[in-house]
Design a protein around this ligand. Structure first.
Ligand code: FES
Length: 110
């Protein structure tokens, strides 16, 4: 469980980047929080620097879009999904990310 920020520091429509084993981006979509790997699966852009439209984040480099609910890319040039991560908010407003297992580890290929 990784501390991300206080909820007051993540207003609607904003994002925060969290340094974990790999960087993770947390987004506030109209009060619902979503976390995905911060690095675009196309090249090396930071999705937390992208444009949020509803539950979709558009990559700032080549404009691929990802569904924050599933991590799935919704248009080229990205073809692979980003990992999604669970997010919880404690009673004191602390936002935590529960990082998923890296894909290579999950598949036993680490
Ligand atoms: S780096 Fe994200 S679409 Fe190219």
């Amino acid at each position: 469980m990784i501390y991300a920020c206080h909820l007051d520091d993540l207003p609607k429509g904003e994002s925060v980047r969290v340094m974990a084993d790999v960087p993770i981006a947390v987004f506030n979509v109209d009060g619902r929080l979503y976390a995905v790997d911060d690095t675009c699966t196309h090249q090396n852009a930071s999705l937390s620097d992208g444009w949020l439209e509803g539950c979709f984040i558009e990559c700032p480099l080549h404009e691929a879009s990802f569904d924050l609910r599933t991590g799935a890319p919704t248009c080229l040039p990205a073809k692979r999904p980003v990992r999604t991560h669970a997010v919880t908010v404690a009673e004191d407003g602390a936002v935590y990310v529960h990082a998923s297992v890296p894909q290579a580890v999950a598949e036993g290929a680490a």
